[in-house]
Design a protein around this ligand. Structure first.
Ligand SMILES: Cc1cc2nc3c(=O)[nH]c(=O)nc-3n(C[C@H](O)[C@H](O)[C@H](O)COP(=O)(O)OP(=O)(O)OC[C@H]3O[C@@H](n4cnc5c(N)ncnc54)[C@H](O)[C@@H]3O)c2cc1C
Length: 311
């Protein structure tokens, strides 16, 4: 293990791909929890990204592709492997009503550029934290919109097949789901198809949704957004509120008093506090309403215990 890691790092150096060691992941996640990653790579461009992905494969190094870190809970022990962070792959270009964007771009920057180019269809996403890649992976959505409605096609990287292209149908986008969750495909670039509209109308809509979000959600605390997926024909937040769990704390983690669907890092929470609280919420909702809640964020690293998972 030590040998292959050493060889991997020396290959990265030879390829002039810089990396950090023992990088604290709390700095890179919206929950602001998580220990260090043994290797943290932030490729400068697509060529370096693909080279990094080829090298993790060649040396059999465990790896994780990091977007904006807004939908993950990282273990306090950190991650024993390579993080490949997408943040520098953020080029955007326009062709008529189409937007071609690298997947490391933040949804906020992407939505701003789209509005400046007088295109409508992405307003729903302007307040969702994170990157375009994470939004495709999760089929992120809000206020009646979801990525499925705007994605035309995506360029992906697979270690077996190299760069391939998937149209919307092949991505199998569904509620907080895409085919990327089933395999090791990495989204490199996406084409979004939008419609022309007056800039002022787009900006007004973005502003309206942004205000709605700030009025209802605890945007001023670190979190990973909704802690649980929506159960069939129900709402996680409503069930949690009805179970009397608003304001329930474990260590530094708390069920938000503003929106029961959010667990927040209220006071220097550890990942273990968040997990314990998620388990409590699952148990109490199950006992009171016989509904099983499943986490929406994904877990990274080693945990002694986890909430019940559906994936
Ligand atoms: C305050 C707050 C509000 C939120 N509101 C919403 C909301 O309204 N709607 C909603 O849907 N979500 C919401 N979220 C959750 C989160 O923002 C979304 O799920 C977002 O799309 C995750 O993107 P990310 O880049 O941060 O992904 P990350 O957290 O970095 O990663 C999530 C998963 O995507 C994978 N991934 C990331 N980039 C790529 C890539 N290029 N190729 C392949 N896999 C990749 C990662 O490996 C990981 O498994 C909210 C979160 C917060 C903190």
């Amino acid at each position: 293990m030590a040998d292959k890691t050493k060889l991997f790092k020396s290959k990265l150096q030879k390829s002039k791909i810089s990396f950090k060691e023992n990088e604290p992941l709390a700095k890179h996640t919206s929950f602001e929890v998580g220990g260090p990653a043994s290797i943290f790579i932030e490729p400068e461009n697509k060529t370096d990204l693909i080279k990094s992905l080829e090298l993790v494969d060649e040396f059999d190094i465990r790896y994780f592709v990091l977007g904006g870190g807004s939908n993950i809970i990282v273990s306090d022990k950190g991650y024993n492997g390579a993080i490949i962070a997408m943040s520098k792959l953020n080029k955007i270009s326009f062709q008529d009503n189409k937007v071609i964007a690298e997947t490391g771009v933040s949804l906020k920057d992407l939505c701003d550029e789209i509005a400046d180019n007088s295109l409508t269809g992405m307003e729903f996403a302007c307040g969702i934290p994170g990157s375009l890649g994470g939004a495709i992976f999760m089929n992120a959505g809000a206020y009646g919109g979801e990525m499925k409605q705007v994605i035309k096609k995506t360029k992906l990287f697979s270690n077996n097949k190299g760069v391939i292209e998937y149209t919307r149908d092949k991505l199998k986008l569904d509620y907080r789901y895409s085919i990327l969750q089933e395999n090791n495909l990495v989204a490199l670039e996406a084409v979004l198809e939008l419609s022309p509209a007056p800039k002022s109308r787009i900006r007004n809509k973005m502003e309206e949704l942004y205000e709605k979000r700030w009025a209802k959600q605890p945007m001023d605390y670190p979190s990973a957004g909704s802690a649980f997926k929506r159960p069939p024909d129900n709402y996680a937040g409503l069930l949690i509120e009805k179970a009397g769990l608003k304001g329930r704390k474990t260590g530094g983690a708390m069920v938000s008093k503003k929106h029961a669907g959010f667990i927040i890092n209220a006071n220097n929470a550890k990942a273990t506090d968040i997990i314990e609280l998620m388990i409590t919420v699952q148990d109490e909702v199950k006992n009171k309403f016989n509904v099983q809640l499943y986490p929406e964020p994904r877990f990274l690293g080693q945990f002694d215990k986890l909430p019940a998972l559906d994936n």
